[in-house]
Structure formats: structure tokens, C-alpha cells
Design a protein around this ligand. Structure first.
Ligand code: HEM
Length: 477
């Protein structure tokens, strides 16, 4: 009876035929459809097998809260992610150090993400986008079609590197750094999460690229120390991180700084690139929103709009609500995982999740649930019009009742709690500047059936199925 009780207390298990594979394929093909189907059967909390791992999905605002607010003694992000991230970022940072170290590292990163730095970033980002458009083979003449999954990754890394990463990194992307990035990026894939012990053929190249890239950052640090005037006027993350010490007096080594820079590059690249791509697709689907965005820019920057500045972005509610709405429908990260370290009780259900399991939050599921968002499948930036001051920490109303901004929220594209994203403001600056520049230059429409392509869940990040093309027409041919 002891055994029976124990089994009863565990969350329900999703039915599957094969012991090790479990629900791997169904989950992998379309995680949200899998969650929805099982939520109907089992409620908000259930367990499935992902290549031998027991994963307990915790849905809804309460599920988000349960995972994001788990105590340090109960949940570990580092044990869930380290196999994936440590070979790519390098040792001693993020998930390859105790949690208190990560907390200090995130604080250091935040010091480099201030309004002062953002003011210098906006013109740099705009300049990169304009330069890219000028040189791209896809933007010749007065109109054409462009595959977004080809150009947006480049625009994203060029803009992030010229601003946050520093001029040296941007310049190197025209040379050897691009190939290094490519090799490293191939190692950032879900297979390494699922089969950490498997010697994939790309692993050697990944490891060599990681070492070379770290060396590249360390060399920049050395050069900057010798000649403090080099890139002196720039306010990038490298200047911000170098020569800092932890609270206990331990200096951060140059190698750790290099590894943090790689972590920031990787964390920002995939998420921002996915969001920009989805944004342009939805704008092309509803060209009237592009017209309104252009009008909004003219109101802020003049009829012949002057160059965009950081302060302008805050005065463009539609632009901000477009980004919010894209992140509601297409949050780049569909599954947030923690390894369970001590038994966790799901209060209102009486389930106990044993150590060794993983818990999984999917805020993207609640963000598409009609319980919280009217007509959830409709792309409507105006549903956010009532959001006045998101940073007030108060509850806010988006048209159908009050929803708190705490961790028990249905809308958490940047996560919550101690692992919450530090890149949100930078992402908004980067995305806002890119989208504003595109809407100044072009009108958009979708080719073919006029439908936004479906998501492809096979990579780490929820991206549209390639080539995700849009048609463009120059405003001033
Ligand atoms: C953490 C989303 C952009 C750096 C996170 C988490 C989410 C997220 C959901 C929490 C992960 C978890 O709890 O396991 C996003 C989205 C972005 C974005 C949607 C863009 C649209 C960026 C950028 C940077 C960045 C641009 C860097 C400049 C980080 C870092 C963490 C994080 C350092 C902390 C990881 C931790 O504490 O465990 N992000 N992110 N992110 N993100 Fe972002």
C-alpha cells in the first residue's frame, strides 16, 4: 500500500508505447499541441518521457509560478542545461558555476545594459541595418522578395555585435569570426541536451571554435588594456565586464569574461533573430499595421523622419505593442526546464514530484490560451493598448480582466524569478530599431497564399519554417 500511495501521489503519466522513447517524437514535432492534448486529459500537471528522462509539465499561470519560483534547494537550472551550454559558452560561467556566481555575473551584465549605453546603440544598430540593405543582393531595385530566414540571422548578429559586443567583434564578422561562430552555433542544438554523452561529429569543431573564440575575446581585452584609447568612446559589454571582481574578492579572469561574452552572443542571437523574423512576417500579413507604424514614426520623428534615437522608441506604443504581441504568439523558448533536487508538492493537486525528475514550464502555452487572451490565434497588437506602465509592478488590464505581472502570469516570454532574462531591454532596443528602420524603407506583403508559415520546433528556438519570404516595395524608389 506504501507503493500504491507513492505512485498515486505522482503526477499522471502520459501514455506511451516504448519505454525509453516515450513521447519524444510527439513532443518534439509540436510541443504546444502535445501539451494541449494532454492538458485536456490530465489537467495542468502531467509527466512524459523524453529519451528516458521524466519530465513533469506544469501549465497555466500557476505552473509558470511553480517552476520559475522553485526554491534553490528544489530546482536546478544548471543541472538541466549545463550539457548543452557549457561546451558552447565555456567553463566557469552561467551554468558551469554555483548559482550565486551566476547571480553576480548577471548583475555585472546588467551594469552594461543601461539607458546611457542604449542611447549610443540605437544609431549604431540603424546604421548596420541600412548598410546591410544597401549591400544585400535581395534589396536591388524598387521591389522584390526576400527570404527572412537567410537575412535576419545576419542582421541580428551584425547589429548586436556592433553595439553590445564591440566594434572589434563586428569587424571580425567580415572575416574569420563568422566561420567560428558558425561552427560554435552548430553545437548549440537540442541533440546535445538530449544525448550529452554522444560523440557527435560536430563536437570537435564546436570545441575548437569555442577555444578560438574565447582566445579572440581575450586578445581584445589585452589590446584594450595596453591602449585604453582603443575603442575608448564605445560603451560596449566588454569594457563593462573586464577587470571586475566577485564579492568575495576573486577577480573575474579574462577567460571568464570571454565566456560571458559568448554566452551573451548566443543567448541574444537566437531569441532576437526569431522574434524579428516573426515580426516581419506578421507585418507582411497585415500591411495596414506597417502603414500605422510609419505614421507613428512620422509623428515622433517628423514627416521626413529624422534619424531614430533611443528616446523616440518609448514614444512609439504601437511599435512596442507589436513586439509584445509577437512574443505572446511566438516566444522563442517553448520549454523551460529545471532538474528536481528535492520532492516538490503541487499543492492544489496533492502530487509530489520526486528528485531526479525535470519540471517544465511553457509560458507560451498560457499566452495562447483563450482563458487569458481573447481570440488567441489572432495577431492583434492593439490588445495591449491598455498596458500603460509595465514596469510599475502593478496589475494591468489588457481588455479582459486584471492579470498580475508576478510569476503567476500567463505571459512570461522573458521568464521570471532568479533566472529571468537580463536582455529584455536590449532586445527591445535592437528589435525596435531594426523594425523601425525596415518600416521607414519598405512596405511589406506576404507572397503565395498570404499566410504566415508555421513554426518549426526542431531547433532550440521556435522559428518559422524557411525560407519565410516576404515581398517588399521601397517607399521612396
Ligand atoms: C534568460 C528569453 C534576449 C540573455 C532568459 C529566459 C528567457 C529568455 C525565457 C529564462 C530562461 C530560464 O528560466 O530557463 C529571451 C527572449 C529574448 C531574449 C524572448 C529576446 C526576444 C536576450 C538577450 C540577451 C539575453 C538579447 C543578452 C544580451 C539572457 C541571460 C539569461 C536569459 C543572461 C539568464 C539565464 C539564467 O539566469 O539562467 N531569456 N531572451 N536574452 N537571457 Fe534572454
Amino acid at each position: 500500500s506504501q507503493l500504491l500511495f507513492k505512485d498515486k501521489a505522482k503526477p499522471p503519466m502520459v501514455f506511451h508505447y516504448f519505454p525509453f522513447f516515450g513521447s519524444t517524437v510527439v513532443y518534439g514535432m509540436d510541443p504546444y499541441a502535445f501539451f494541449e492534448a494532454n492538458q485536456k486529459k490530465h489537467g495542468d500537471v502531467f509527466t512524459f518521457i523524453l529519451l528516458g528522462k521524466k519530465i513533469t509539465v506544469c501549465l497555466g499561470p500557476q505552473g509558470n509560478d511553480f517552476v520559475f519560483n522553485g526554491k534553490l534547494a528544489e530546482v536546478s537550472a544548471e543541472e538541466a542545461y549545463t550539457h548543452l551550454t557549457t561546451p558552447v559558452f565555456g567553463e566557469g560561467v552561467v551554468y558551469d558555476c554555483p548559482n550565486h556566481r551566476l547571480m553576480e555575473q548577471k548583475k555585472f551584465m546588467k551594469f552594461g545594459l543601461t539607458i546611457e549605453t542604449f542611447k549610443t546603440y540605437v544609431p549604431l544598430i540603424v546604421d548596420q541595418v541600412e548598410d546591410y540593405i544597401k549591400k544585400s543582393k535581395y534589396f536591388k531595385g524598387g521591389k522584390g522578395t526576400v527570404p527572412l530566414t537567410e537575412i535576419i540571422p545576419e542582421i541580428t548578429i551584425f547589429t548586436a555585435s556592433r553595439s553590445l559586443q564591440g566594434k572589434e567583434v563586428r569587424d571580425a564578422l567580415d572575416g574569420s569570426f563568422a566561420a567560428l561562430y558558425h561552427d560554435l552555433d552548430l553545437g548549440f542544438n537540442p541533440m546535445n541536451f538530449m544525448f550529452p554523452w554522444f560523440p557527435f561529429p560536430g563536437n570537435k569543431r564546436r570545441d575548437a571554435a569555442q577555444r578560438k573564440m574565447a582566445r579572440f575575446y581575450m586578445d581584445i581585452i589585452q589590446r584594450r588594456r595596453k591602449d585604453p584609447n582603443s575603442a575608448a568612446k564605445e560603451q560596449d559589454m566588454l569594457w563593462n565586464l573586464m577587470d571586475r571582481s566577485y564579492k568575495d574578492g576573486t577577480p573575474i579572469s579574462d577567460k571568464e569574461v570571454a565566456h560571458m561574452m559568448i554566452a551573451l552572443l548566443m543567448a541574444g542571437q537566437h531569441t532576437s533573430m526569431a522574434t524579428t523574423t516573426w515580426t516581419l512576417l506578421h507585418l507582411a500579413e497585415q500591411p495596414h499595421i506597417v502603414a500605422d507604424l510609419y505614421k507613428e514614426q512620422q509623428e515622433v520623428c517628423g514627416l521626413e523622419p529624422r534619424p531614430l534615437a533611443y528616446d523616440d522608441l518609448a514614444k512609439m506604443p504601437l511599435l512596442n505593442n507589436v513586439i509584445r504581441e509577437v512574443l505572446r504568439m511566438h516566444p522563442p523558448i517553448h520549454s523551460i526546464m529545471r532538474k528536481v533536487k528535492a520532492p516538490m508538492t503541487v499543492k492544489d493537486k496533492g502530487y509530489v514530484i520526486p528528485p531526479g525528475y525535470h519540471v517544465l514550464a511553457a509560458p507560451g502555452a498560457s499566452a495562447m490560451d483563450e482563458k487569458y487572451f481573447k481570440n488567441p490565434k489572432e495577431f492583434d497588437p492593439h490588445r495591449w493598448d491598455a498596458v500603460e506602465d509595465e514596469d510599475s509592478g502593478e496589475t494591468f488590464d489588457f481588455g479582459f480582466g486584471l492579470i498580475s505581472k508576478g510569476t503567476a502570469s500567463p505571459y512570461l516570454p522573458f521568464g521570471a524569478g532568479r533566472h529571468r532574462c537580463i536582455g529584455e531591454q536590449f532586445a527591445n532596443v535592437q528589435l525596435g530599431s531594426i523594425i523601425a528602420t525596415f518600416t521607414r524603407e519598405f512596405e511589406f506583403a506576404l507572397p503565395g497564399d498570404g499566410k504566415v508559415p508555421p513554426p518549426d520546433y526542431t531547433s532550440m528556438i521556435t522559428l518559422p519554417t524557411p525560407p519565410a519570404s516576404v515581398m517588399w516595395k521601397r517607399r521612396n524608389p
